[in-house]
Design a binder for this molecule. Structure first.
Ligand code: 13P
Length: 257
């Protein structure tokens, strides 16, 4: 992290967990575990669509911001099962994730759809978290940087330099997601720095230096401080541990140090 250069963001990705009543309890418990104070980092909860209303009420009076887990690229129309950027903003959503590896793996999303979704989100005034990350097979065959470069370039293909201020990139190695197998701090730093280099080539060094790049993949209370101590790791996108208030609060504490 380098808070003098860019914002640190700790975001929870609840994935497909929590019914509205469970979400209300979790938000209450998070609010208790994360007391209101002036914070150096931004805290975001990316929740299932049906929980948005409940969580919006629950985070009132806290520093937690509301996020969603996807957004469609069309403004409206015949896209059964999808959600538009305007639907999200009208519900008070400020952040949205696009291109998560689970969307790529199970729902056929690609670098191109991530780019289109990102554009729709930013154009509607959302802050968009673009996920990139290599699979284990890609890492083992030595193509990590090629994969990350492609995902970053294509994912940002339609993003102007001005828009970049509302973009966050999350480096989430697929092999570290939900596996308990975290990337080492050095591995995370290496790829986050590499992404910053790609962004510098695409735009300029000022744009790259100002971009928040998170790490995601089995981040928890025990490993957060070390990961976040790296200069190019500007926060976390947290799955499992974001559902545990004490654990999530400790990750936030680690980001405040
Ligand atoms: P876990 O923290 O459960 O590994 O999930 C990471 C992730 O996919 C966040 O988007």
């Amino acid at each position: 992290m380098d808070p003098t250069k860019r914002k640190t963001i700790i975001a929870g990705n609840w994935k497909m967990n929590m019914t509205p009543s469970q979400a209300a309890k979790l938000t209450f418990d998070l609010k208790t575990a994360i007391p209101l104070k002036r914070r150096a980092c931004e805290i975001v909860l990316c929740v299932p669509y049906v929980d948005i209303e409940m969580v919006k009420t629950g985070v009132t009076g806290s520093e937690m911001k509301l996020g969603a887990q996807n957004v469609h690229f069309a403004p409206k129309g015949a896209y059964t099962g999808e959600i538009s950027a305007e639907m999200l903003t009208e519900c008070g959503v400020e952040y949205v994730i696009v291109g998560h590896s689970e969307r790529r793996q199970y729902f056929g999303e690609t670098d191109e759809t991530a780019d289109k979704r990102l554009l729709a989100g930013v154009n509607a005034g959302l802050k968009v978290i673009l996920c990139v990350g290599e699979t284990l097979a890609e890492r083992e065959s030595g193509v990590t940087t090629q994969v990350i470069a492609r995902q970053t370039r294509v994912g940002l293909a339609d993003v102007s330099r001005e828009m970049l201020g509302n973009v966050i990139i999350a480096y989430e190695p697929v092999w570290a997601i939900g596996t308990g197998k975290t990337a080492t701090a050095d591995q995370a730093e290496e790829v986050c720095a590499f992404i910053r280099g790609v962004v510098a080539e695409l735009y300029d060094s000022g744009a790259a230096e100002g971009l928040t790049i998170q790490y995601g993949g089995s981040m928890n209370a025990g490993n957060a401080a070390e990961l976040l101590s790296k200069k190019d790791v500007d926060g976390g996108l947290i799955g499992g541990a974001s559902l545990k208030p004490e654990e999530f609060a400790k990750i936030i504490e680690a980001a405040e140090r």
